[in-house]
Design a protein around this ligand. Structure first.
Ligand SMILES: Cc1cc2nc3c(=O)[nH]c(=O)nc-3n(C[C@H](O)[C@H](O)[C@H](O)COP(=O)(O)O)c2cc1C
Length: 188
């Protein structure tokens, strides 16, 4: 089984729902063992993270950047930076915020930079931009680095929006499929 880890922080549950969608997409691929790991649970999951072929990191956008929760996980991983232990694993990322932009791009760029420092290979979102006015649309925000979700404050509907969750699930499946291909090529 090819292992895929989805590591996320969520203060109020919205990014957790997005992370669950990424996890469900990854787990739907045959031959994949996906694990959803809250930053509060990482201590019990280092072995899985080291063994995984792919990681996907999720954060709410707080103050235009990573949440302190995901950033703390990144800093805890510094020992793996010294040894480049995660070199050539795949890396993906996703973010959720209140506003349409909310400066989520900056949070994604932070995740890309962490992944680059770790020697990992970035997986972008292979979906053309959707319709920003349709909350069921795929890649509504037209983001290419990774799926972005919106959970506007004060709306009486289930959040993040359905299209954002489906986009996240498709991304999880994409990361998992690439992880399988990567492992198969290493076995040759
Ligand atoms: C400390 C803090 C900072 C925030 N900063 C932003 C921001 O920069 N841009 C934005 O669109 N929303 C911002 N928000 C709103 C959150 O991104 C939004 O509520 C999101 O759904 C929270 O995800 P969570 O439920 O996983 O914590 C902020 C919320 C908090 C608590």
């Amino acid at each position: 089984m090819t292992k895929v880890a989805i590591v996320y922080h969520s203060g109020m549950g919205h990014t957790r729902r997005q992370a669950e969608a990424v996890f469900e997409g990854a787990a739907s691929i045959e031959g994949i063992e996906a694990r959803l790991i809250s930053v509060d649970e990482v201590e019990a999951n280092w072995e899985f993270l080291d063994a995984a072929a792919a990681h996907s990191y999720g954060t709410p956008t707080y103050m235009g950047s990573l949440s302190a929760g995901l950033k703390t996980f990144f800093e805890k991983s510094a020992g793996r930076w010294f040894t480049q232990a995660w070199k050539e694993k795949l890396a993906g990322g996703f973010s959720n915020s209140g506003s349409a932009s909310g400066d989520k791009l900056n949070a994604l760029v932070d995740i890309v930079l962490f992944s680059a420092q770790m020697g990992m290979l970035w997986v972008s979102l292979p979906l053309l931009p959707g319709n920003v006015f349709d909350t069921d649309s795929l890649n509504r925000a037209g983001s290419f680095l990774g799926p972005t979700a919106q959970s506007p404050h004060g709306l009486e509907v289930e959040l993040p929006f359905p299209g954002d969750l489906l986009t996240s699930a498709l991304y999880g499946a994409h990361v998992a499929q690439l992880a399988k291909r990567l492992e198969a090529s290493k076995a040759l």
